[in-house]
Design a protein around this ligand. Structure first.
Ligand code: MSP
Length: 633
């Protein structure tokens, strides 16, 4: 494994405000960078803005501004957003900067001199919104196949890059380098695209039609096609023309993180451009999926675009970062809804992680004078925790290398849940009450060391919150994320613990993030109950000891159930799904304190739980042997 990591995001068009799609890629790149650093690699993280082209020129004109003036006004929105979302990029590149224009001119001239670029006549259908030409057969109902807007027929002289000649080479390269295009299904998509003949690429626009671009060094009547210009940013920033050592240091480790819609430009145009210029290809191009809003594509015209800063304002930067990273399987589409957000926050952050942190620190503060105690001989359960926590960093590192951020986070949360169960089963409050000091110390040390290790590994996802978390252990965040701190036992006994920090207060009612049009509506539908309400519901495990059909009612079964301390009768509408005999002896889950009711004249003292999906119904059961009457919480 290499010890360097260079990651790029697409450079964003500045004719729009940052939205959740931009935020997702940028946060994902940030999280990957921070993980790589945490695991000891040196990293370089680049993002930036794409500032040339027709759309930009048109938008600026519509606002009565010059294009550069317009770019300057919008670029600050990106810069501010990334600052607010705690993005730790090492460089920010704008394609209007001289360092970039120099590289574009240099490559154009080089390819022109080497006969890789020629002048020809072009006739095609041009979409000014997507800034690309289409052939007649590409059009859908006469419109642009990408944006469905009208196209215009254009014939003009232009410059072409001899891309077609690289087709076979590219197919071979992609096949021989399995890490080049990821995930696998995107690689197959590109190979499918390359089964059609690959034409040459028109890389110029006549100034008479578009003036806002980088002038071709060999013909002042033309500017460079915006994609040819933009892709080169990836080599400008690490110093292709200006700093050979820096370029050689980073370029071989380059990973381009992109959205799936810009796969062809990255996985076909870009490798051919590099090959022609004699520059090695990037290590990996990883295309992620799209964020949908309640399963629909987001678009300005539908008014359902999610603005990242409003979400971060409503819920906090770190919960927002956490949700995006935990919820999306990188490579597939994912749907945003406020309900999913609140659900994820409350279950993972408030209940699992936040709760563990607050109960462990409170116990240390009440039982051991606020000091991490010295552990004694460990038992099987303690060793299980030590093993799970010690192997966690290795597992997370391997998953991060595979871009499986959501799985990596889930691994951490599994350990958090294990720790919560460990506390439950070791009952430190009883150990304290019974004066079992040695055991109490071991349990509290084990729980707090496990907590520290799990929290440390969440740092790349939630840097602000984990800084606060480090404070609980009286540590600076730099100490917590230092390499040595990954070892079990790094935390010394007698470390002073600060109790009382509530890292993730429960969201009781979904706050409104303005601008989240349909998510707002959804939030009104979510009935959030507080924990007190939930506690009123007494769910119990019950064993079925008798079952029979209810005469004259083909849907109903009458069950006799053992609740540990008593036997009850319940009536349930499950006759079409279960034979009475098959139920006897099974453990089921019932709501035991439901007001008794008469169903078809038969008393039902409780309700069983079942899951229903269309025409299927299955009973809710427990995952293992447990005594009838056991409570469920
Ligand atoms: N300027 C080009 C990129 C040039 S890179 C050399 C561009 N810019 S963009 O601003 O339109 O889009 C940037 C990225 O945002 C793309 O990767 C695109 O996939 C991503 N997203 C736009 N909407 C998105 C979602 N709804 N969800 C996830 N990402 C999406 O393309």
């Amino acid at each position: 494994m290499s010890d360097r990591f260079y990651i790029t995001t697409p450079i964003y068009y500045v004719n729009d405000e940052p939205h959740i799609g931009h935020a997702y890629t940028t946060i994902a790149a940030d999280v990957l960078t921070r993980y790589n650093r945490l695991f000891g690699k040196e990293a370089f993280f680049l993002t930036g803005t794409d500032e040339h082209g027709q759309k930009l020129q048109d938008t600026a004109a519509s606002k009565g501004m010059g294009p550069k003036q317009y770019c300057d006004s919008i670029v600050t929105r990106f810069l501010n957003s990334w600052q607010r979302l705690n993005i730790s990029n090492d460089d920010f590149i704008r394609t209007t900067e001289e360092r970039h224009k120099d590289v574009v001119r240099h490559i154009l001239q080089k390819l022109f001199d080497e006969g890789e670029i020629y002048k020809g006549s072009y006739e095609g259908w041009y979409c000014k919104y997507e800034e690309r030409f289409w052939t007649e057969k590409d059009l859908v109902a006469g419109n642009c196949p990408d944006c469905d807007r009208p196209v215009s027929k254009i014939t003009e002289d232009n410059y072409f890059f001899k891309m077609g000649q690289y087709q076979n080479w590219l197919v071979g390269y992609i096949r021989d380098n399995p890490d080049f295009i990821r995930p696998e299904h995107r690689k197959n998509e590109v190979l499918g695209y390359l089964q059609q003949p690959l034409g040459d690429l028109c890389i110029s626009r006549p100034k008479s039609r578009l003036s806002w671009g980088i002038e071709l060094p060999f013909d002042k009547d033309y500017v460079c096609y915006v994609w040819f210009d933009a892709l080169l940013n990836y080599i400008t920033a690490p110093g292709y023309l200006t700093d050979k050592a820096k370029f050689e240091k980073w370029w071989p480790y380059s990973v381009h993180l992109i959205g799936k819609d810009i796969l062809t430009t990255h996985a076909v145009y870009w490798p051919c451009m590099l090959k022609a210029a004699g520059i090695p290809l990037p290590k990996t191009i990883f295309a992620h999926g799209w964020w949908l809003l309640e399963n629909a594509k987001m678009s300005k015209s539908r008014g359902n675009v999610i603005k990242p800063l409003e979400l971060a304002d409503a819920y906090g930067v770190d919960p927002f970062r956490y949700f995006l990273m935990r919820e999306m399987t990188m490579g597939q589409d994912s749907s945003y809804s406020e309900q999913a957000f609140v659900g994820r926050y409350n279950s993972d952050l408030a209940n699992d992680f936040g709760n563990l942190a607050s109960r462990v620190t409170k116990m240390i503060s009440s039982y051991t004078d606020g000091m991490v105690p010295t552990p004694s001989a460990s038992e099987t359960g303690d060793k299980e925790i030590e093993k799970a926590a010690s192997s966690l960093a290795g597992k997370v590192a391997a998953l991060v290398d595979e871009f499986k951020l959501n799985v990596a986070i889930e691994e951490i949360l599994q350990v958090v849940r294990l720790l919560n169960r460990y506390v439950e089963s070791n009952r430190p409050w009883d150990l304290y009450k019974n004066g079992n000091r040695e055991r109490l110390n071991t349990v509290l040390y084990t729980a707090s060391e496990g907590l520290r290790i799990a929290g440390r590994l969440l740092y790349p996802v939630m840097p602000y919150k984990i800084e606060e978390f480090a404070g609980i252990f009286n540590l600076k965040v730099e100490e917590l994320i230092s390499e040595a701190a990954s070892d079990w036992g790094w935390m010394r006994a007698a470390t002073k613990i600060e109790a009382g920090t509530v890292l993730f207060p429960r969201i009781e009612k979904a706050p409104k993030a303005q601008g989240v049009v349909s998510a707002e509506k959804k939030a009104e539908e979510v009935a959030i109950i507080d924990f007190g309400d939930f506690q009123k519901l007494k769910f119990r495990v019950a064993r079925v000891i008798g079952a029979e059909k209810v005469a004259g009612a083909d849907k109903l079964l009458k069950l006799q159930i053992d609740l540990g301390t008593e036997t009850r009768q319940i009536v349930a509408g499950i006759a079409q799904f279960y034979q009475p005999d098959a139920l006897v002896g099974r453990s089921i889950v019932v709501l035991a304190n439901l007001q008794p009711a008469k169903i078809r004249g038969i008393e039902s003292q409780g309700m069983l739980l079942a899951a229903k999906d269309g025409n299927r119904l299955v009973l809710v059961s427990v995952d293992g042997e447990i005594a009838p009457g056991s409570g469920i919480s």
